[in-house]
Design a protein around this ligand. Structure first.
Ligand code: AMP
Ligand code: FE
Ligand code: FE
Ligand code: ZN
Length: 294
């Protein structure tokens, strides 16, 4: 495997490889993502909606038209020993049966759990399941989740913004919260590898998402199972976590990536605020089974 020397400081130019669109909980289309990337002078972007490849084709067409390099990816919901884990799967075959089945299961589980959360919330707040469905911009092709409940609460005038709803009724610590039944992180690593792609643990050191973070031992186990990298440059990772993750990446020979986790107007994260170095992206392309769109 080719080693990529990783600088221990965030890249000042490069690719934003963690971006969401209307195919999950972003507010903008893949086309707007690509146009924004052009406007900001990024070297490339990756579309990475939650548990779906539904936006890939639109992103491909826009990227080709606007000559913006593109990686195709997905942020995959997983769990490791009770710790919720998000994994970026990049440059894999979207027709692979194993990964398609995995997404189908997660999407069914998301639908059921989101609906059950809404049943409880609807007892205390003026929203219905239809109000939540109305917030999914691509209908059934949108990966549904708490952001759409949050948006329905905003539309009903309960909260001023989605982030306020996340601090209130849809928070993971609220009494309405139900976790999404998810595949294990090891299963996701295997599924992405089997589909010819590269897997990366997203925002692995974000204490705002997890009361208990993935331990060194857990990350080491995933690395042995074929994990490709760690997302170090992400606004959720505090300095001491970045240092821990960098040390682990060196020791375990993992790629170091960065991304904004852009959600359009759904989150304050600005496109390109965190980046992945060009050389690291080239290595992801080399390892993956899809051509990059240039
Ligand atoms: P769920 O996967 O349904 O539990 O919902 C959690 C998801 O909400 C995470 O992946 C976050 O990226 C997403 N999210 C979108 N917008 C926000 C926001 N404004 N504040 C917090 N989380 C958000
Ligand atoms: Fe999200
Ligand atoms: Fe995430
Ligand atoms: Zn994300």
């Amino acid at each position: 495997m080719t080693r990529v020397a990783h600088a221990d400081t965030p890249p000042q130019s490069g690719w934003d490889i963690h971006c969401h669109t209307v195919y999950s909980d972003g507010t903008e289309t893949p086309e707007t993502l690509v146009a924004e990337a052009v406007r900001r002078g990024l070297h490339g972007v990756a579309i990475a909606d939650h548990d779906t490849t539904a936006g890939w084709q639109e992103a491909e067409q826009a990227a080709t038209r606007m000559s913006m390099p593109l990686l195709r990816g997905t942020e995959i919901t997983a769990v490791d020993d009770g710790v919720s884990v998000h994994m970026l799967g990049l440059q894999y075959d979207p027709e692979n049966e194993g990964i398609r089945e995995l997404f189908a299961m997660t999407r069914r589980a998301r639908l059921r759990r989101t609906r059950r959360m809404v049943e409880m919330i609807a007892k205390d707040y003026p929203i219905t399941w239809d109000d939540v469905l109305a917030q999914t911009k691509q209908g059934e092709r949108t990966t549904i989740g708490r952001p759409h409940i949050a948006d329905a609460l905003v539309a009903a005038g309960v909260y001023p913004t989605r982030s306020d709803a996340f601090a209130g009724a849809v928070s993971a610590s609220s009494r309405y919260y139900i976790p999404t039944p998810s595949p294990s992180a090891a299963d996701v690593v295997s599924a992405v590898s089997a589909a010819g792609g590269v897997s990366i643990v997203a925002h692995a050191g974000d204490p705002g998402r997890n009361r208990v973070l993935l331990s060194d031992t857990q990350i080491e186990r995933l690395a042995k199972a074929g994990l490709g990298g760690l997302e170090v440059w992400h606004r959720g990772n505090p300095l001491e976590q970045r240092e821990r993750l960098l040390t682990l990446a060196h020791r375990l020979d993992l790629l170091v990536t960065g991304g904004s986790d852009w959600h359009g107007a759904g989150k304050p994260n600005a496109l390109g605020e965190n980046l992945t170095a060009d050389a690291t992206v080239e290595e992801i392309i080399r390892r993956g089974c899809l051509p990059a769109i240039r």
